[in-house]
Design a protein around this ligand. Structure first.
Ligand code: FRU
Length: 530
């Protein structure tokens, strides 16, 4: 064979196929990137679309679910989230990203984590590896490390059970860019547990190690590591306790001091879907002890962080600089999350809420309440007191309840509040002290028929431990959501709502047989944070 022919043969046999493959791959990548690009919407309508929240976090476009990787570092609160950039329904998961300096105003950032050959990027957490235990940064520039679940959809389709594993990625520029660890996954799934996901990692000083809590179907599993890379199994919790109407998801484990006391307890938050008290997805918690190896609790029944239908998969910030435990939840429910009537994006986060622990008698309760600073976005409104004779109502007009806060105090326990619009749609809140119940009725609140489960029933919350005397009520309404906090977050209900027109009247109704006194009533307009 002459040299020329040999050259051509080598070119055809080895060079062209390899190059062709590289060329094809690069085209495929471009194709994929192109469909993931976020194209700006016309300025006049952007972020003012129907039902777009004005003081809650939403992605610019497309589908969002769980908050992920809540971590504070160097002046920045990071919010990552489950994100599908190609549609407004759930799909191959990425980690979207936003940052904030104050947890009030947010800046949208480029997508942080893309799916790869190990799978989609499901929920997880992030830590600052201050001592560079992972070796992924340097002592001078410690890495932020994200710990997440890989969901391998191909393996799932093929019928294997080990399609969820845990992987890590790191950032050396405070979250601006991310590199996946070269030997992912760092925690395999040898037992073949189908729902094996949502790792929450934190540094445990007494044990001088990283602790990971994740869920495994009907219970939580705890692991430890000294370098975030190699993990050893420690213990499990929960098979026999709490709510088990569906799989457990999105755990979080952290210590909290009982308010006004030095007593410390550990809280384990577990989302469950379905199985929530008002249908579909909900967030339960357990109060107990953690000794560096096991979480134990003598609590048998579930306690609910939020009784509304729309606070799910919430977790708390790692490394919060002011020693607060701050929680953000996804304001939706898997029963109808993919059907809600928005077009450009789907779903919002709850406002960031401070968690506190209170003790009444021998029982502990977790409260959740918006951060104090958060109140600064509420401006100029109505200030008044109300005295209503038995059976009477009073209607207060306000140009737009849909972007507002309502606050008041009262010693009474039997009345109704109903938000109304000109179409006779109404959202009714009832405090019924006789039955020790709070009710939220959205069955005639606006658009409800996009999914049967949305307005099947009136939502109930037992308020059995409400103290005697004055209580404070704080309500946040933001176009497609209402958050009700009773007695500084002892009882909380979060709900989506989709009125066809703005609510312009709030009717207070005295349903008791004595005078109703509503004090320090404030109705304030919220400024847009965008
Ligand atoms: C909770 C959840 C997680 C999972 C993620 C997938 O809403 O089901 O368990 O990691 O969503 O998007």
């Amino acid at each position: 064979m002459d040299k020329q022919r040999l050259k051509m043969k080598i070119l055809f046999k080895y060079f062209f196929p390899v190059f062709g493959l590289i060329f094809l791959c690069s085209c495929k990548n471009k194709e994929e990137k192109k469909s993931l690009d976020i194209t700006p919407v016309a300025e006049t309508t952007f972020f003012k679309e129907a039902y777009r929240p004005q003081f809650h976090f939403t992605p610019k476009k497309m589908w969002m679910n769980d908050p992920n990787g809540l971590v504070y570092n160097n002046g920045i609160y990071h919010l990552f989230y489950q994100y599908y950039p190609a549609d407004i329904v759930w799909g191959p998961m990425h980690w979207g990203h936003a940052t904030s300096k104050d947890l009030v105003y947010w800046e949208h950032k480029p997508i942080a984590l893309f799916p790869d050959e190990n799978g989609y990027i499901f929920s997880g957490s992030a830590v600052l590896d201050q001592n560079n235990t992972s070796g992924l940064g340097t002592p001078d520039n410690p890495p932020l490390v994200a710990i997440f679940t890989y969901h391998n959809a191909n393996k799932e389709e093929e019928g294997s059970n080990d399609f969820q594993t845990q992987g890590i990625a790191y950032s050396l520029d405070n979250g601006e860019s991310w590199t996946k660890y070269h030997s992912n996954p760092v925690l395999g799934n040898d037992e073949g547990i189908r729902d094996f996901r949502d790792p929450k990692v934190f540094w445990h000083e007494p044990a001088k190690s990283w602790i990971m809590v994740l869920v495994a179907g009907d219970h939580a599993k705890i692991y430890s590591s000294t370098d975030l890379i190699s993990w050893s199994y420690l213990s499990e919790f929960g098979k026999e306790v709490g709510a088990h109407g569906g799989v457990w998801e999105c755990p979080d484990l952290f210590p909290l001091k009982v308010s006004d006391s030095g007593e410390e307890k550990w809280i384990l938050i577990i989302s469950v879907n379905p199985g929530a008290p008002n249908g579909g997805s909900g967030t339960q918690y357990f109060i107990g002890e953690f000794d560096g190896t096991s979480f134990t609790s003598n609590q048998k029944a579930a306690k609910w962080l939020d009784w509304g239908t729309d606070n799910y998969a919430g977790i708390t910030y790692n490394h919060e600089p002011n020693g607060q435990r701050i929680f953000i939840g996804w304001m939706s429910n898997w029963d109808y999350a993919g059907n809600t009537p928005t077009k450009e994006w789907r779903s919002a986060m709850t406002v960031p809420r401070k968690l506190s622990l209170i003790k009444s008698g021998n029982s502990y309760e977790l409260t959740n309440y918006p951060l104090e600073d958060f109140g600064t976005i509420f401006k100029t409104g109505i200030k008044t007191d109300l005295e209503l004779p038995a059976g009477k109502s009073e209607s207060i007009a306000f140009d737009n309840y849909n972007q507002s806060e309502i606050r008041f105090t009262t010693t009474d326990r039997k009345f109704e509040l109903s938000f109304k619009n000109n179409l006779n749609e109404e959202l009714i809140l009832t405090i019924d002290g006789d039955q020790e119940l709070f009710l939220l009725d959205r069955t005639n609140s606006g658009k409800i028929d996009f999914k049967e489960e949305f307005a099947q029933s009136i939502h109930k919350m037992p308020i059995t431990n409400l103290p005697e005397g004055e209580i404070e009520v704080w309500i946040l309404m933001d176009w497609s959501s209402i958050e009700v906090f009773i007695n500084t977050g002892q009882y909380v209900m979060t709900s989506q709502v989709f009125p066809n027109e703005d609510y312009t009247n709030l009717v207070f109704k005295n349903t008791s047989s004595s005078i109703l006194t509503i004090s320090a009533l404030e109705i304030n307009r919220a400024e847009s944070i965008w």
